[in-house]
Design a protein around this ligand. Structure first.
Ligand code: 5RP
Length: 224
């Protein structure tokens, strides 16, 4: 199966996972990226059963609206039942690297509210140690050089993501050559650098479930 076929399979599996649990009151958090887009398109097929969504990016909000699915501001909902999103990497503890699509901060905010975070990814995303994928860090623009110097002190090689401004008006530094064996400590340490909005490690609040698309079918993984 191709990577896109595996992504499609996990998007459909996520729909089947939440569908029996949906009620008139449910709020679904929606992530960003190609796998999340496939989930949005699958959700469009049952839009009559969808009470409300909140989105982690303007792009996902626009895609949801194009299907006629109601999208709300996070501030006007009092809960988010599920958050469904892809990832750039996951380890066996379901600690993630996210932010390849530059939506990491809003993704982390919706994750913080969600009662259950369902990560959807193809099998290439499952790794032993996080960090082969460069770690995205969202930074206030005037702090770019300062934050880059601090990231070098931590052992990484930060590269400015040219031409990208986040939905929050900030820039992204991608940290290369940065193996992350201690994701909890690294997430907290980078978030402590002045000028960092957030970083793409989701370890303090990892995924609850990983639906992993493999050539043998979709596997449901929980944190080890
Ligand atoms: C966007 C993200 C995405 O979830 C991540 O980049 C995976 O994307 P894709 O589903 O396209 O492989 O974190 O900020």
């Amino acid at each position: 199966m191709t990577q896109d076929e595996l992504k499609q399979a996990v998007a459909e599996a996520a729909l089947e996972y939440i569908r029996p649990k949906l009620d008139d009151d449910s709020v679904i958090g929606i992530g960003t990226g190609s796998t999340a887009n496939m989930f949005i398109d699958a959700l469009g097929g049952i839009k009559g059963q969808v009470n409300a969504c909140v989105a982690s990016s303007e792009a996902s909000a626009d895609r949801l609206k194009s299907h006629g699915i109601p999208v709300y501001d996070l501030n006007v909902v009092d809960k988010v039942d599920f958050y469904i999103d892809g990832a750039d990497e996951s380890n066996a503890a379901l600690q993630l690297i996210k932010g390849g699509g530059a939506a990491l901060t809003r993704e982390k905010i919706v994750t913080a509210v969600a009662e259950e975070f369902i990560c959807i990814a193809d099998e290439s995303k499952l790794v032993h140690t996080l960090g082969t994928f460069p770690l995205p860090v969202e930074v206030i623009p005037m702090a770019r050089s300062h934050v880059a110097r601090e990231l070098v002190k931590l052992g990484g090689d930060p590269i400015y993501r040219e031409g990208v401004i986040t939905d929050n008006g900030n820039i992204i530094l991608d940290v290369y050559n940065f193996a992350i064996p201690q994701a909890l400590a690294t997430e907290a340490k980078i978030n402590g650098i002045t000028g960092v909005v957030t970083n793409g490690l989701f370890a303090l609040k990892p995924a609850d479930v990983l639906l992993l698309g493999t050539s043998e079918g979709v596997k449901t993984l929980r944190a080890e």
